[in-house]
Design a protein around this ligand. Structure first.
Ligand SMILES: C[S@@+](CC[C@H](N)C(=O)[O-])C[C@H]1O[C@@H](n2cnc3c(N)ncnc32)[C@H](O)[C@@H]1O
Length: 214
């Protein structure tokens, strides 16, 4: 697959691959990728979908995905907007997302930080996804979100359950902190996201399922 990652467009990491692998067998019908970045997830799963829609807040990402879709001969509707604003009133069979989830101290933004800065506790976008995604999921539909344990995976599970989905961890991988998190260990320890001597995190793919119709 040909992806375009000009300046300002997030270069995919292994968490995107985890999400793709976990979601692949469940892809069907109308699919939405929120926080699409380079479109790596949308372009990977689009062949198994009836329709594929991808959303990002970044103009550069939207242009990159539109061009990459053409280069790869894949049909994707690419929209710019804040989370679900550009798909208001629409519902999907599957929603996938790799949102910004890194706990980040307040202060001047680093270049490209909109792609990974999850706010003080990493949950600024995650909490909104948990609150807003269920309304866009059809009965029997699946939501897949990838995130780090540094941003409280249990809270995602609890919020999805509160929203009426059945939630669980579909895939997980323990490993050393990535470079962005490694550069923020003081903040991670200050907020209690890192405990003990090791600097490890668990990347998890959370699956939330809306009950199928009776
Ligand atoms: C961690 S990157 C993931 C990109 C891609 N999905 C991947 O797996 O490589 C997060 C993406 O979310 C986008 N984003 C951040 N805040 C957003 C928001 N409020 N609404 C839509 N997209 C947003 C960023 O522009 C960035 O492209």
């Amino acid at each position: 697959m040909r992806l375009l990652t000009p300046r300002g467009v997030f270069r995919p990491r292994s968490d995107a691959g985890m999400l793709i692998d976990a979601a692949r067998e469940h892809i069907r019908g109308d699919v939405l990728d929120v926080c699409t970045g380079s479109g790596v997830i949308a372009l990977s799963v689009a062949p198994a979908a009836r329709t594929m829609t991808a959303v990002d807040a970044s103009h550069a990402a939207v242009l990159a995905v539109r061009l990459a879709a053409l280069l790869n001969g894949v049909t994707v509707e690419v929209l710019r907007g804040d989370l679900f604003a550009s798909v208001a009133g629409r519902t999907f069979d599957v929603i996938v997302s790799n949102p910004p989830y890194l706990p980040t101290p307040a202060g001047p933004s680093a270049r490209g930080s909109h792609a990974w800065d999850g706010g003080h506790d990493g949950r600024t976008i995650l909490d909104r996804l948990c609150r807003e995604a269920p309304a866009h999921l059809r009965p029997g539909g699946d939501l897949f979100i990838v995130q780090s344990s540094l941003a409280e995976t249990d809270r995602t599970l609890a919020m999805l359950e509160e929203a009426g989905l059945s939630a669980g961890v579909a895939a997980a991988h323990h490993g050393a902190l990535g470079p962005l998190a490694s550069a923020r260990t003081d903040h991670l320890r200050a907020i209690g996201a890192l405990r003990g001597p090791g600097a490890v995190e668990e990347i998890a793919v959370v699956r939330g399922r809306r009950q199928p119709p009776p």
